[in-house]
Design a protein. Sequence first.
Length: 290
Amino acid sequence: MRRARSCRPEQPAVIAIARVTGRLETGGAGDGVRTRDIQLGKLTLYQLSYSRVVDLHNTGPGGLQAKATPRQPTSSVAEEKAALRLLLKRRRATWSPLHRSPASKALSRWVVGDPRFLAAAEVALFVGARDEIDTRDLLEHASTLGKLVWLPRILPNPPTGEPTLEWRRYEGPGALEAGRFGLAQPSGEAPIGDLERCDLVFVPGLAFSRSGHRLGMGVGYYDRALAPWLARAKPLRIGVVAAEFVDPAEGPIPCTSHDVRMQVLATDEGIVECRDELASDDPAGSTSPG
C-alpha cells in the first residue's frame, strides 16, 4: 500500500524553462535533472518544490547546469498548474492516431461494462477534440442503449460575463457544429438539458490524480458548471483520461479548495474509484470490460 499524492507534496518536481538552449530541465528534490526538448520564448522559473529550488546556469555550448539553492518563496498554484499544463500538453501532443485510437476504444469498453453506466438513464458526455480521448464510441454506445445524452455547449454571451457551459441534447454527429476553440457541440436549437437529471457526467482533463483532482485546460468551464452539484449524490463525476496521465510522472496535480474533484476515473486500463487516503499501486475498483 502507498499513500496517495496530496495537493502539497513534500518533493514535487522542479521545472525550469530556458531560451538559451531551447531545452526543458526537470528534476525532483532528491534525484538528478532530466532534460526534454521544448521551444519557448523566455526564461521562466516555476518553483514546484517546497524544500528547495534548482538554479540554472548557462555553461556555454554544453547547456545548463543545475544546483540546489536555499528555499525560496513558493509560486502560486496558478503558476504550478501552468507549468505542469505546459509539460502535459506537449507530451499528449506526441500521441499518434495509432496510440489514441486503441486507448479510446479500450476506455469505452471499460465504461460500457460498468453497471453504473448500464443503469444510467441520462448521461452528460463530451466530444473528444484533437489529442483528447476519442469519445465517439461512447456516444454511439450510449445512444444505442437508449440513453438521453447531453453535450456541453459554450455559451457565447453568458449573463455572468464568465465563459460557461450549458447542456444540449446529442442528436447525432450530423447535428454538431464547431464552437469555440473548434470544439464540436450541439447547436443552439437542440433541446436544453439539466445536469440535475443526469446520472453521470463525463469530464475531460489533461491529467488527474487518483484522489480525483483534475488539471484542465485552464479556462474553468467545468469547475463553474459542476460547482452547484458538488454536495449532491448525482450526477456522478467521472474523469476521462488515458491511464498514463493519472498521477503523471511530470508532477502531482496542484489543487485549490474551489477545484471540482472527480469521484471516478475512466481510463484505458480500468475504472478508478477516487479516494483521499490510501490507494493501492493498481487502479482501485477496476472491473473487466467483458
